[in-house]
Every structure is written in structure tokens, then in C-alpha cells.
Design a protein around this ligand. Structure first.
Ligand SMILES: [Zn+2]
Ligand SMILES: [Zn+2]
Length: 256
């Protein structure tokens, strides 16, 4: 997208900044871990279920469910209703704005590249043939589209909401040490992202980092989630910084 700011600027107030990993912020997904832990409950669980989990999850924005961004990320792929096309444009504009500023941050995370860009395939039966709307979103982002490759197909195991599995997805071709940027729209438990990351590594990828447009936060889950959401709600969102290049700020982790 040549100029995506006009699509995101009116919505900046509905995006929430993602904190840098550090004390009180999950090292993987940037939500709130239990007190005294580096990694949140979801990531600890999902990463243990697959052979090659990734520790690199980079959300563009936090969101609450229900909420405005939650609505965008649910409805854009719905395909029904006159607004879904516009919402898909907004999702693409968010990715475009983000990658325009932070591809170097992702490159550093991956140790180079990215050589290829892949999306997490839909596990909804109706969307397998039609192609996932996320593919359309990624195709609209020039810097990602030129590296895009269909590297994953639904596997034999399927993915339950909480059931990461090495066989949830299968690599569609043999890779030879490429660094892959994996794109998904939302991150809830990480089951989809970790299953996909593991399949890519099994297929020969050297490194996988995942960019997700949104990462849901449940403020009542634990004190760190509450603090992260409160801070994110008071701080203006900007595409100038991401959770990889911003300061941790020295907050958090101190709840008893
Ligand atoms: Zn986490
Ligand atoms: Zn950055």
C-alpha cells in the first residue's frame, strides 16, 4: 500500500502500544506473565506442545475483547457485510505501517532476512478453498508481498483453540535454512502460531518470527495483564516504535 496512513490515522486511538519484553512482560508474546515468571501461562503451555516453538512473537497492537480492534480482526475475514472490505484495508494498512518502520527490528530478531513471508493457514473449513483473507491483506503490503510464499497447508491434526500440534500444519515444500516471517491476524493462546512455527522449522526454516496484528489482553487475568492494559490505555499509540525497539521502561514485575 503506497500510503497507508490515511487508513490508520483515524483509528490510532483504538490501537494500544505493546510493551517491550522484560520484567512483568512475557518474553514471547508481550502479555502479562504470573508474578515472578518470564513467560506467560499460554506461552509456557503452547511452546511445550510442539517440537520447534518460536520465542519471537511481535504484536502490532494489544486489544481487548470485545473492542474496536477485536471487531476489525474478527469481521475483516467474515466476508459478509459491506464493511468487511474496508476492515481488511485497515488490517493491511496496519501491517504496512508497521513493516515500513520495523522490518529492521524483525531482521535483527531473525538474525537476517526475512527471506520468506508466510501466513498461518485458515483452519475454518469454508476458507480453505477460497484462500484466507489474511493472504489478501499480506498481498496488499508491498514489502511483504514480494517475499510471500504459500509455505503451509492445513495438516492432519487440526488446531483446537488451545491445542498446538506439530501436525496441525504441514510444510508445502522443503526449505533450506531460510528465515521466515510468519504473519497472523490475532494471537490469543499462541496455538496457531506455535504450530505453524514448528511446521516451518520441521520443513527446514532456520528461524521463524511471528508478527500478529493484535494480541488480546485479559486485564483480569493477573496483575501484570492489568498493569500492561492500564499503561497501554493511557499511552498514545504510534507506529514509530514497536515492542522490539522501545524501552521497557523499568515497570512491572514487582507485584507481590
Ligand atoms: Zn506469552
Ligand atoms: Zn521496532
Amino acid at each position: 500500500m503506497a500510503d497507508s496512513a490515511p487508513f490508520t490515522d483515524p483509528c490510532l486511538g483504538t490501537y494500544r502500544p505493546v510493551p517491550a519484553a522484560g520484567p512483568g512482560v512475557c518474553l514471547v508474546c508481550h502479555s502479562g506473565p504470573p508474578s515472578g515468571r518470564d513467560i506467560c501461562h499460554s506461552c509456557s503451555f503452547t511452546m511445550a506442545q510442539v517440537s520447534y516453538p518460536t520465542r519471537h512473537v511481535v504484536p502490532v497492537s494489544l486489544y481487548q475483547a470485545p473492542g474496536e480492534l477485536w471487531h476489525v480482526l474478527r469481521q475483516y475475514k467474515d466476508g459478509s457485510g459491506p464493511a468487511s472490505g474496508l476492515l481488511a484495508v485497515q488490517a493491511a494498512a496496519m501491517l504496512a505501517q508497521f513493516t515500513a518502520s520495523h522490518l529492521p527490528c524483525l531482521r535483527q530478531l531473525l538474525g537476517g532476512g526475512p527471506d520468506l513471508v508466510a501466513t498461518v493457514p485458515s483452519t475454518r473449513p469454508g476458507q480453505r478453498e477460497a484462500g484466507h483473507p489474511l493472504e489478501t491483506v499480506v498481498r496488499a503490503v508491498v514489502s511483504l508481498a514480494r517475499l510471500r510464499a504459500p509455505l503451509l497447508a492445513p495438516g492432519t491434526a487440526g488446531t483446537g483453540h488451545n491445542q498446538p500440534d506439530d501436525d496441525a500444519f504441514q510444510p508445502t515444500r522443503k526449505l533450506s535454512g531460510e528465515r521466515v516471517l510468519l504473519i497472523d491476524d490475532t494471537f490469543t493462546t499462541g496455538a496457531r502460531v506455535q504450530s505453524a512455527a514448528s511446521a516451518l522449522r520441521r520443513g527446514g526454516a532456520a528461524a521463524v518470527a511471528a508478527v500478529t496484528i493484535g494480541r488480546v489482553i485479559w486485564p483480569d487475568w493477573n496483575p501484570n495483564c492489568r498493569r500492561i492494559w492500564d499503561q497501554a490505555s493511557h499511552e498514545p499509540f504510534s507506529f514509530d516504535t514497536c515492542c522490539l525497539c522501545r524501552d521497557h521502561g523499568g515497570h512491572g514485575g514487582g507485584d507481590p
